[in-house]
Design a protein around this ligand. Sequence first.
Ligand SMILES: NC(=O)C1=CN([C@@H]2O[C@H](COP(=O)(O)OP(=O)(O)OC[C@H]3O[C@@H](n4cnc5c(N)ncnc54)[C@H](OP(=O)(O)O)[C@@H]3O)[C@@H](O)[C@H]2O)C=CC1
Ligand SMILES: Nc1c(N[C@@H]2O[C@H](COP(=O)(O)O)[C@@H](O)[C@H]2O)[nH]c(=O)[nH]c1=O
Length: 341
Amino acid sequence: MSDRPYVLVSCAMSVDGFLDDASAERLILSNSDDLDRVDELRARCDAILVGANTIRRDDPRLLVRSDVRRLARVAEGLPPSPLRVTVTRSGELSPGARFFAGEAESVVFSSLSEALPALVERGVRRLLVEGGSAVLTSLFAADLVDELQLAVAPFFVGDALAPRFVGPGAFPHSARRRMRLAGVEQVGDVVVLRYLLGAMDDERWLREAIEHSRLCPPSRTAFSVGAIVVSASGEELARGYSREGDPLNHAEEAALAKLSGDLSGATIYSSLEPCSTRKSRERSCADHIEAAGLRRVVFAWREPSLFVTGEGAERLTAAGIDVVELPALAPNVREVNAHLF
Ligand SMILES: NC(=O)C1=CN([C@@H]2O[C@H](COP(=O)(O)OP(=O)(O)OC[C@H]3O[C@@H](n4cnc5c(N)ncnc54)[C@H](OP(=O)(O)O)[C@@H]3O)[C@@H](O)[C@H]2O)C=CC1
Ligand SMILES: Nc1c(N[C@@H]2O[C@H](COP(=O)(O)O)[C@@H](O)[C@H]2O)[nH]c(=O)[nH]c1=O
């Protein structure tokens, strides 16, 4: 079992890096479309965490607002809104806070190091952290964030007493370990920057999977693919290559067959996009990945339509799995498969 969930930080800051102003009123930095984007993130996670001071200052509900999204969750057998989580050392939380009211469950921990494994125990695989500054500083400094979605609002706050996005800290992502920019989205007058913090690891593991594919017995009718399953804490769990042990085996299938138990925090690195249909067997690699409970897939090369039409990335995304494509490594995969072209 992984020791922590996939941690996605979502917050909005002013162009000069503040999460709020210093007044007692909550400052809305997002616009309505951006708040709707955050609502979608809420609907797709298992729990939402904020620091105790955000509860004291903002009195947030932390519920999914959209009826459609709440109903869709219920149809999937989930509660209408995710579990609400906070951390506090002082324990100073008002029982009348909205955090404790309404249709979602609420849970309070005394530290982040207690909270993360306990949430895994409760079945939380994907945790959305919305702030505030102190909690974000701790999580980033401890290298516990997998993804950051940062909305930048087009105005200044300019008050030294206001909370910054993060305070000072020894952050592992410095100039020497840059986060990977995975997307830039304009939402009206707000820009949303999406960063992946395990970026260096992604590239390293994917290169390793491509090297592993060199072990494949050559075939004129199938690709040579390598796959590696890595836990949330960065340990290799299993690896596989095409035709390993059986001439019909795919790499992802071979790797996953070596594993059992909870793989929800793990990532599978595959040199080629996982297949969505196959001629030789009934279940595709996309099926195997979904069935194994993996929530993250990283691959280098979209499957060229030589043998079947690949829609693995689309299928996995539609199943709520995070799919990351690193096309910069696609030529390396093509080189291993040069005999097919
Ligand atoms: N723009 C945005 O997207 C967002 C803005 N905000 C803003 O952020 C501000 C709040 O930020 P901030 O004041 O930094 O507070 P936080 O919300 O980060 O809460 C800090 C409190 O959380 C508890 N805490 C933090 N870290 C730990 C830990 N490791 N272990 C145990 N408890 C911990 C402590 O509670 P205790 O004191 O009880 O011991 C601490 O005082 C508000 O103004 C809010 O509006 C918040 C979220 C999103
Ligand atoms: N101000 C601000 C955010 N603030 C976050 O939203 C919480 C309020 O949630 P709720 O009561 O459910 O609406 C608040 O406590 C804080 O965590 N979020 C954003 O995406 N953009 C914003 O501009």
